[in-house]
Design a protein. Structure first.
Length: 366
C-alpha cells in the first residue's frame, strides 16, 4: 500500500513538472552582457588537455629561446677577418628578450596576456631568427658584403652616433607630414559632405576628382615645386592632395549609402539641412570617414618620402638620399628603420582612435 502511494506521488510530480526546463546557473558576466571575446572563445571550445597546455607554454617560450641563440651566435662565433662589432647589438637583443620574458611571466597571471603572447610568439621567434641569419650572412661570413649590407650592430651605432641630426630630421618630417595630412583631411571631409549631400555640388567637383584621383599625387611634384613659393608649401600641397582624394571619396560613399527614409523621417519632424547633415549624414558616415583617413595616411607617408627625396632639403627622406650619395649605407638603413617605426606607431595610434570612436560597432562583445 505504501509503495503504491509513493509510485502515485512520483507520477503526479512528473506530470506536474513535465516540460519544465532544468535550471542552469549562468555566469554573471553573461547575464550582465559583459562577455569578452576570450571568454566567448573559451565557452565555445572544450578545455585544453594538460599536454596541449604544455605545448602552448613552450610556444610562448620559443621567442626567448630564439633570442638566447641569437646572443650566443653573436658572442661566440668568430667574426669574418677584420669585421668589428661592439656590444650595442648585445644590449639591443637583451632588451628584446627582457620584454618577451616579462610578457611570459605575466602570462601565468593574466589570460589575456597569455593568449596574446601565444598568438604573437611565432612571429617574435621569426624576428630573432632573421636577426641571427642576417648576422651570420654579414658580420660572421661576409656573404652579404659591405658597404651595401652593414650588420645590425653598425646600424644601431649609426643611430646612436647621429642621433641629434636624426632627431631634427624626424621633427621636420613629422611637421611636414601632419601639416599636409590634416590640411587634406579637413578639406576632404568638407568636400565629401558637400558632394555626398548635394548633387549640385557633386556635379562640379566630380570631374576634378576623376582627374586628380586617377593620377598619383607624387606625379605633380615637378610642376608643384616650380610653381610653389617654397619647397615646404609645395610638399604640403602634394601630401594634402593625396589625402584629400581618399578622404573625399570615402566620405561621399558613406553619405550616399544612407537610407533616404532617415532624411524623410527627420524632415517630418521639422529638421532643416543643417540638422540633417550634423545629426544624420555625418554620424552615419563616420565609419567610412575613418576608413578614408586610414588609407590617406598611407598615401601621405609615400608622398612625404618622395617629396623629401626630390625637393625638400630636410627630413628623413632627404637624409636617406644624402647618406646614400656618400655611400654611408649604415646611416641610410638607420633612417629607413626609424621611418618604419614612426609609420607603424602613427598607424597604431590611429587604429586606437578608430576603435575608441567606433566602439559602438563592436556591440556587447568587447
Amino acid at each position: 500500500m505504501v509503495s503504491e502511494n509513493i509510485k502515485e506521488a512520483k507520477e503526479k510530480y512528473r506530470d506536474k513538472n513535465a516540460g519544465t526546463p532544468i535550471p542552469v546557473k549562468k555566469p554573471s558576466n553573461i547575464i550582465g552582457g559583459k562577455l569578452t571575446r576570450q571568454e566567448l572563445f573559451e565557452l565555445e571550445n572544450k578545455p585544453k588537455t594538460a599536454k596541449e597546455l604544455i605545448i602552448d607554454r613552450f610556444i610562448c617560450f620559443l621567442p626567448i629561446l630564439a633570442g638566447i641563440i641569437a646572443l650566443l651566435e653573436y658572442m661566440y662565433i668568430p667574426n669574418y677577418k677584420n669585421n668589428y662589432a661592439s656590444y650595442t647589438y648585445v644590449y639591443f637583443i637583451g632588451i628584446l628578450i627582457t620584454l618577451v620574458l616579462i610578457a611570459f611571466a605575466a602570462s601565468f597571471f593574466n589570460k589575456a596576456v597569455f593568449y596574446k603572447l601565444l598568438y604573437k610568439a611565432p612571429f617574435y621567434t621569426l624576428v630573432f631568427v632573421l636577426f641571427t641569419v642576417y648576422d651570420v650572412l654579414t658580420l660572421k661570413s661576409s656573404k652579404l658584403m659591405l658597404p651595401y649590407f652593414p650588420w645590425v650592430d653598425q646600424i644601431l651605432n649609426s643611430i646612436i652616433s647621429d642621433r641629434a641630426y636624426l632627431l631634427d630630421c624626424i621633427k621636420n618630417s613629422l611637421i611636414l607630414l601632419f601639416t599636409g595630412y590634416f590640411t587634406g583631411a579637413i578639406i576632404g571631409i568638407i568636400t565629401g559632405i558637400a558632394c555626398g549631400y548635394s548633387k549640385r555640388i557633386n556635379y562640379w567637383i566630380e570631374p576634378f576628382m576623376k582627374l586628380f584621383g586617377a593620377i598619383p599625387s607624387t606625379t605633380w611634384i615637378p610642376i608643384v615645386m616650380v610653381l610653389a613659393t617654397s619647397l615646404f608649401k609645395g610638399s604640403v600641397f602634394i601630401i594634402a592632395l593625396g589625402v584629400w582624394f581618399a578622404v573625399t571619396l570615402a566620405t561621399i560613399t558613406g553619405i550616399s549609402s544612407i537610407d533616404s527614409a532617415y532624411y524623410d523621417a527627420a524632415k517630418t519632424l521639422g529638421a532643416g539641412n543643417r540638422q540633417l547633415i550634423l545629426h544624420i549624414a555625418v554620424p552615419s558616415a563616420i565609419p567610412n570617414i575613418f576608413q578614408g583617413l586610414m588609407q590617406a595616411m598611407s598615401s601621405a607617408c609615400t608622398a612625404l618620402l618622395v617629396a623629401e627625396m626630390i625637393g625638400v632639403e630636410s627630413g628623413l627622406g632627404w637624409y636617406i638620399t644624402w647618406q646614400k650619395s656618400w655611400a654611408q649605407y649604415a646611416k641610410m638603413y638607420a633612417a629607413i628603420v626609424i621611418i618604419c617605426i614612426i609609420f607603424v606607431l602613427v598607424n597604431y595610434i590611429m587604429n586606437l582612435i578608430k576603435k575608441k570612436v567606433l566602439r559602438w560597432q563592436e556591440g556587447i562583445v568587447k
